[in-house]
Design a binder for this molecule. Structure first.
Ligand SMILES: [Zn+2]
Length: 279
């Protein structure tokens, strides 16, 4: 395996502070803009090899993903139905087995999906969904094709998130919406480090980045997006009882603080949903 050394994806800076080492990978924080990322990281060939069985690792099955993401999918579909009462055209990046696309199809949307995994693509194709095996950068749709683009738990896996969001911006029609959801692990890791508690919460080397509300906003702004809003969103539902309880309780606390502070307080360390528009 070859390792690849990179510069900060947002500001291009080469000045970082080490946060921790997990699975032998260094997780660093850019001193300029605060972006947290893996440096060095596996090259693209090794990442492709690692992803061959990604969707089935830790005992996950096809239906586990539908269950895990159920609340997020429902929330996003409601928002889209509200914003586009006359329906529209949607692209789901990292569509996996296609559960979100099925939901949007049922609501009358024209749907398309991409994923890097040949296994999930063949599963989704088998259900009659319009999906292709592709990276974001290599998508072949014409510019200004979509009213909405979604990416649930995708950005943290991408080698070059800035190029990806620029591409997403170009694929959206003016007035189009981009909905994404990412984990935010750094505050928890920093907290555990205070007590010298070892962990692999960054999920290295699958997660190449850890976005905070500040850095995801910076990234989207740089690509031209406006009206960027970061919210707690709905929690995922992991299969294990303990993980599910942690996710539900932290999600409830996060939404409660967000609500009583009228959108000012975002509890650190929980996943967030970001909504952005192409002007
Ligand atoms: Zn930076």
């Amino acid at each position: 395996m070859n390792l690849q050394y990179i510069l900060c994806n947002i500001c291009g800076c080469n000045d970082t502070r080490l946060i921790t080492i997990q699975n032998n990978y260094k997780v660093v924080c850019c001193k300029q803009c605060g972006l947290v990322y893996l440096n060095s990281r596996p090259d693209s060939a090794h990442l492709a090899y690692l992803y061959e069985n990604y969707h089935l690792r830790n005992g996950k099955r096809e239906y586990s993903w539908a269950y895990l993401m159920e609340k997020n999918y429902r929330e996003a579909s409601k928002l889209l139905s509200r914003k586009f009462p006359r329906k529209g055209k949607i692209l789901d990046i990292g569509c996996g087995y296609g559960y979100f696309l099925e939901r949007m199809n049922a609501l009358g949307w024209e749907t398309a999906g991409i994923d890097l995994s040949p296994k999930t693509i063949s599963y989704a194709t088998g259900k009659g969904l319009n999906v292709v095996e592709s990276s974001v950068e290599n998508i072949s749709f014409p510019k200004s094709s979509f009213d909405a683009i979604t990416a649930f738990y995708v950005m943290e896996h991408l080698p070059d998130p800035y190029s990806a969001v620029k591409k997403i911006y170009s694929l959206l029609k003016p007035g189009g919406i981009f909905i994404l959801r990412v984990p935010h692990t750094t505050p928890i890791v920093r907290f555990l480090l205070l007590f010298h508690i070892k962990n692999n919460l960054y999920d290295t080397p699958y997660h190449l980045y850890d976005f905070s509300p500040k850095t995801i906003t910076l990234l989207l702004k740089k690509a031209g997006f406006t009206a960027i809003r970061v919210e707690p969103g709905s929690p995922t539902l992991p299969n294990s009882f303990l993980e599910k309880m942690v996710s539900i309780v932290s999600g409830k606390i996060s939404r409660m603080f967000f609500s009583i502070s009228r959108g000012k307080i975002l509890i650190p360390g929980t996943s967030k949903t970001t909504i952005a528009y192409k002007p």
